[in-house]
Design a protein around this ligand. Structure first.
Ligand code: ZN
Length: 196
């Protein structure tokens, strides 16, 4: 994103990034209750970057004729994320933030299950075994500020924190202090099992 002093949004779409609309979303039960950001990592095929396969996965374009056997195994998946930050910092949005993307799955935050309904998902291109890039941290910070400027975000957390035992991303190498140092509301205590 450039010139991000003022983030511009239209119907939940951030205007300062690429848009690749995904059909994989659901209405939110309360459009005014978007209070959590969930960070993830993804690489497709696993541990490969810049292949375009993540964008194809989120738009249901992975087919049974893929050369890669792992990609072929994903043909029936219907998943998405609001945002994807590539290794070079390139930002793409797939789902309006006013709708629920299919990103968190079975999850729980502060006793509330089904985090998709009230969260925004950001996928960082990466894996659990390698540091993220400076360009990704820079873009992520700008994106989080843009989100916090229009949504009442109370927590930025990890998929591993809302689905522990099931998910491990963004993983050991993600530098939460990078966000804490910029006064973003980081929450990294584990939110499972369901309380109350
Ligand atoms: Zn995840």
């Amino acid at each position: 994103m450039h010139n991000m002093q003022v983030a511009q949004w239209t119907d939940g779409w951030l205007q300062q990034c690429n848009h690749l609309p995904s059909p994989n979303f659901a209405p939110r039960s309360d459009i005014n209750d978007v209070s959590v950001v969930v960070l993830h990592n993804i690489s497709l095929p696993p541990f490969q970057y810049g292949q375009g396969a993540v964008q194809r996965l989120f738009t249901n374009q992975i087919t049974s004729t893929e050369d890669d056997i792992f990609l072929r195994s994903l043909t029936a998946l219907r998943v998405s994320s609001h945002f994807f930050v590539e290794r070079d910092g390139k930002l793409t949005q797939f789902v309006s933030c006013n709708a629920a993307a299919y990103q968190a799955g079975v999850s729980c935050f502060k006793g509330r299950e089904g985090c998709n309904d009230f969260s925004i998902g950001i996928e960082l291109e990466g894996c659990d075994f390698e540091p993220y890039t400076a360009a990704q941290y820079a873009q992520l910070t700008v994106l989080l500020r843009a989100i916090c400027s229009v949504y009442p975000i109370q927590a930025v957390t990890g998929h591993e924190h809302i689905a522990p035992g099931r998910k491990t991303d963004p993983g050991h190498y993600f530098q939460w202090d990078n966000l804490r140092n910029q006064d973003l509301p980081v929450v990294t205590d584990y939110q499972w099992p369901v309380v109350g």
